[in-house]
Every structure is written in C-alpha cells, then in structure tokens.
Write a protein that binds this ligand. Structure first.
Ligand SMILES: NC(=O)c1ccc[n+]([C@@H]2O[C@H](COP(=O)([O-])OP(=O)(O)OC[C@H]3O[C@@H](n4cnc5c(N)ncnc54)[C@H](OP(=O)(O)O)[C@@H]3O)[C@@H](O)[C@H]2O)c1
Length: 344
C-alpha cells in the first residue's frame, strides 16, 4: 500500500486527487495540506469525501510529508521546486501538477514563470509525465512534471501526425477551449459565475504559458521544426477541454492519417480514437481519465482537423498524475481510474 501526500488539498486538482485516490486499492492518503484550512477536517469542507478521506488539513511541512512514498504538489508554480529536493533526498517521489518540472529550456522557464528556477539539478532529471510518449522514463522517475491540461489535449492530438511525418510541423494551429475550473479555486473577479456564465471569450492572445511546453514536446517528435499558433478560450462549463487542431497535410491520404492514430494509440488505455465521422464532446469524458479524439480531412484534402477532448481535472491534471504514480510504482496503470464520462 502506497502512502500518499497531497500539498494543496483545497484546490480543484487537490480535491480531484482525493476523489480518485479514494477509489484506488493500492494507495492511501496519509497527509493533506492547506495553510488556510489548517486544523479543519477534509469532510467538513468537502462532504463528498466524508467517509473516504478521514484527515485534517495540516501545514505543508517537511515532517508532514517525509513518511510518504509519493507526494503530489497540487499547488501554484514555484511551490514544488522549493520542497522537492529535500523530499527526494529522503526517498520520496514527487509528482508536480504545476509547471516547475515541465520545461527543460530554462530561458523559457524564466520568460514565462519567474526569474529563477531553484531546483535545477532536479529539473534536469525530471520526466515530463505524458505516459503516451514517456512511459519507460516515467517508470524510473524520481520527479515527474505532470503536463498542463491544454498541453495534454493538444500534444495527444498532434503527436501521431508529427511522428508519422504526415503534417507540415510549421503549420500547426490549436484553437482550444477550457471550462472554468481550469483557472483553479482561488477567488478572482474573472472566475465569478456572472462573469463566466452565459459568456464565451478568448484570452491569452499575447501568449499562454502552455505554448512553450507544447512546442518543446512536439519538437521532439518533429526534429525541432514546430511552429504553433495557439489561442485559449473560456467556456461557461465547469469541466472539460475541447481543442480543435489544424495542420497542413504533406500526404493527402485519409487512410494513412487514420492509421497513424490507430497505430499510435492501439495499446493506450486512456486515448480513444473514434471512427472517422465521429467527434467527441466534453461530456463524453467528464469525470474520466480519457482523451477522446476524432478527425476530418478537409474537402480539398490539403489539411486535417483534429478534435481532442479531455476533462481538465482528470486526464488534464489529477487523473494523469495518478496514472503516472501507477507507472512509477509498477501498479496497474488503470488502477483508480476506471470512471467513465458522466452523461448528461
Ligand atoms: N485546474 C486545472 O484544471 C489544472 C489543470 C492542470 C494543471 N493545473 C495546475 O495544478 C496546480 C493546482 O491547480 P488548482 O486549479 O488545483 O489550484 P487552486 O484551486 O488555486 O489550489 C491551489 C492549492 O494550493 C495551495 N497553495 C497555494 N499556495 C501555496 C503555497 N505557497 N504553499 C503550499 N500550498 C499552497 C492552496 O491551499 P492553501 O493556500 O490553503 O495552502 C490550494 O489548496 C496549478 O499549478 C495549476 O496550474 C490545474
């Protein structure tokens, strides 16, 4: 039985980690932190977890976390890198849901996240936690940088096409939409119900933090030639990402495009490539760890349109983090992740 710690237990991804780990047979949560709710019982704030998580929020101290086999950081960027080195030195494995261990290029880290990365040696050995691309490396990783939610949807949608050389890597467009939980549970004017509800808008047009992450990962599949235009949007729903992806085809052959996805994902437990002519919607993955993908070749055969959907809190965050934990500890990769999409 794995002893699990969660730093940041009152945020949306922390709550989702607790929900999913409650259904896991080989892991138990032994430490859960919140500075604001220190001393308060988890069940008092989240009745959905009553009877399943019998813990009290505590401060994120080293002593609270060192008895764990693995610690999830469900915190803003900059938190995990402050504690990860000491935890790893004590034999604790770390999965960060923020961006501290995602980007290998430090100049990009500084540009998008801050002046200094304080755990550079760990960053060098950290593994980007996208199982569909990095499963073997994740097995041995002491530190995993769990991918961003938009990044997961977009990378899984483009990966087979880039790996098979069927698209021009300089022609990528990602028009992506996220539910409001993607912004977290912190109090912000832009997250108010009357700001998000009955509304739809683009944001981050000057640049989004997931852009360098996506380019870094896709460059590895295409020899460093990726050029990507990426615009995120905010949807008036709680959960879900839908990414509409466009690229110019180098070979105008629908059957080759279809086969590239079928082959790439044939053994993947959490990527579902739909039959040609079918397209996934957000509710088909809500609450589940699936990324569902459908595609269409344009009328003039010059380009491909891929629809990639996932739940930002599950495959886009906490579910993928648990998938990574399962791989790191040699467990069944699907353990605790058997929920299907909630329809309606
Ligand atoms: N929401 C999503 O869909 C999503 C998807 C993929 C990745 N992510 C990433 O996952 C991380 C967590 O996201 P979230 O949406 O769950 O955030 P959130 O709802 O804002 O929650 C943040 C949590 O971190 C704790 N925290 C904040 N500052 C801290 C600090 N300095 N030290 C220790 N704990 C701290 C907070 O509790 P206290 O302040 O009480 O300690 C809270 O429990 C973020 O990096 C986010 O970018 C989010």
């Amino acid at each position: 039985m794995l002893n699990v710690g969660i730093v940041g237990g009152t945020g949306y991804t922390g709550i989702e980690l607790m929900r999913l780990l409650s259904m896991h047979h080989e892991a138990r949560i032994v430490a859960i932190t919140s500075r604001a709710e220190e001393g308060v019982s988890v069940a008092d704030i989240f009745p959905s977890l009553r009877g399943h998580v019998d813990l009290v929020f505590e401060k994120p101290t080293l002593s609270a976390l060192t008895g764990c086999d693995v610690v999830f950081f469900a915190t803003p960027h900059g938190v995990a890198m402050e504690q990860a080195e000491e935890l790893v030195a004590r034999g604790v494995r770390v999965i960060d849901l923020a961006a501290d261990f995602r980007l290998k290029d430090l100049s990009q880290w500084k540009k998008w996240y801050g002046p200094q990365h304080t755990a550079q040696p760990l960053l060098e050995e950290a593994v980007y936690g996208l199982p569909e691309l990095n499963r073997e490396k994740i097995k041995a990783a002491r530190v995993v940088g769990n991918p961003g939610c938009y990044a997961t949807a977009i990378e899984l949608g483009f990966a087979p096409l880039l790996a098979s050389g069927l698209i021009d890597p300089t022609s990528l467009i990602a028009d992506a939409k996220s539910g409001a939980s993607g912004a977290g549970r912190k109090k912000e004017l832009s997250s108010l119900y009357s700001e998000v509800g009955d509304n739809f808008k683009a944001y981050g047009l000057g640049g989004h933090r997931h852009h360098p992450e996506i380019v870094e990962v896709l460059n590895e599949l295409s020899g460093g030639r990726v050029k990507l235009k990426f615009t995120p949007h905010l949807l008036p729903i709680n959960r879900g990402i839908l990414a509409t992806l466009y690229a110019n085809l180098t070979k105008c052959d629908l059957s080759m495009v279809r086969e590239s996805f079928e082959n790439f994902y044939k053994d993947e437990p959490f990527v579902d490539f739909l039959p040609i002519g079918q397209f996934p919607d957000t509710r088909s993955v809500r609450g589940s760890n699936f990324c569902k993908i459908g595609l269409q070749v344009s009328d003039d055969q010059s380009s491909v349109i891929v629809i990639s959907v996932l739940d930002n809190l599950v495959k886009g965050a906490s579910g993928q983090a648990i998938q990574n934990m399962n791989i790191m500890f040699g467990l069944d990769e699907k353990m605790g992740l058997n929920s299907l999409g909630l329809v309606p």
